[in-house]
Design a protein around this ligand. Structure first.
Ligand code: MRU
Length: 349
């Protein structure tokens, strides 16, 4: 089943909040529906959010019903703003919205239909470009996974989070396809259980051996020599390599450092924010308290229990052994290595 599909007039989204118990598709004909699907994590994961944002802008632009270029371009700005306001941390979403705005601006003079056609081409190009980036990234990443490795993974970074292939999980899948005998320790990833619900489901479908653990068990298994390395994805990587990813990533990286275990990040260049010098500049999404008080409507804490719910944390670059990208594996110091890999400029489509 497709994670996301543009049919030409609607956006079909596999509802990840229902997985793995049921596979339900949301048929979105309105921008508001797509924005809601992003906000409630029906579609999630930084690269998937980028591709979704591109189609969301397209859908919103088409629905404006503009009859002249001026009102279309003005409306596209407002649509982009609405898409940007859904979730603040994954930079792919902002990148894709800006790409779509640029595509509209560049087509000025082509008429309303011409502008919309260029935007549709751009959205499709962002999707296929995203697929190619991850395909290549997985090949580079598989090279850092030793045969026989036992690997810790946090959150979900497979096809659900990237539309195709996956980033960190795609790397592990590729290593498995190459015949490396790997075993994955899957952090359940509180509070929304992306690891337990989604990653374990994907690994099972690929036949990759795994063990599901609660997040607070990782240190125990590291101390017993059961984990050789860790690999995670990213929602935004600052220019110096500081990496925002799902809450709990930082704790796993600190534990890995303490135990001398290499900790890798895998992400495409669309996740690297060269305009943000360091992780302290990354906005961290704060989500509803009920996500911590319980799950899927069942509350195990008091309904009025005081809660904090940051969705992401920042892992400092000094804890990261390497950043796997579609241009190769960057090593510290990242300010230099990421720039080096970035140029000559990675084509965006
Ligand atoms: O809140 P989510 O589920 O969108 O968070 C997703 C993550 O933190 C992923 O690890 C990250 O986006 C990388 S996906 C390849």
């Amino acid at each position: 089943m497709n994670v996301l599909e543009w049919t030409g007039d609607e956006l079909l989204i596999l509802d990840q909040t229902r997985l793995p118990q049921s596979e339900e598709v949301l048929r979105c004909r309105e921008l508001d529906q797509v924005c809601e699907a992003i906000r409630n994590l029906s579609i999630r994961g930084a690269p998937s959010l980028g591709v979704t944002a591109a189609y969301a802008v397209l859908l919103g632009a088409r629905n404006l019903g503009a009859t002249d270029e001026g009102s279309l371009l003005c409306g596209v700005d407002a649509v982009c703003e609405q898409v940007r306001s859904t979730r603040p941390t994954a930079v792919n979403l902002f990148w894709a919205a800006e790409e779509m705005r640029g595509a509209a601006r560049r087509s000025e003079g082509a008429g309303v239909e011409g502008i919309l056609a260029s935007m549709e081409d751009r959205a499709k190009a962002i999707e296929s470009d995203n697929e190619e980036r991850h395909r290549v990234l997985c090949e580079f990443g598989a090279a850092v996974i030793p045969d026989g490795a036992s690997v810790l993974h946090h959150c979900e970074t497979g096809p659900l989070a990237t539309i195709d292939y996956g980033s960190a999980l795609g790397v592990l899948h590729e290593a498995h396809l190459q015949g490396k005998r790997i075993h994955v320790f899957v952090d359940e990833t509180r509070p929304l259980l992306q690891g337990a619900r989604l990653t374990a489901w994907e690994l099972a479908s690929w036949g990759v051996p795994y063990t599901l653990i609660t997040d607070n068990m990782a240190g125990h298994f590291m101390s017993r020599g059961k984990i050789d390395m860790a690999i995670v994805g990213a929602d935004r990587i600052a220019a110096n390599g500081d990496t925002a990813n799902k809450i709990g990533t930082y704790s796993a990286a600190v534990l890995a450092k303490h135990h001398g275990i290499p900790f890798y990040v895998a992400a495409p260049f669309t996740t690297i924010d060269f305009d943000t010098p360091a992780g302290s500049g990354i906005e961290i999404e704060e989500r509803r308290g009920d996500e911590v008080r319980g799950f899927r409507g069942f509350l195990w804490a008091d309904a009025d229990a005081s809660v904090a719910n940051p969705a992401f944390d920042v892992t400092p670059a000094e804890l990261i052994a390497g950043i796997v990208t579609e241009a190769g594996v960057a090593r510290p110091p990242y300010r230099e290595s990421l720039q080096r890999l970035r140029s000559p400029a990675v084509p965006v489509a």
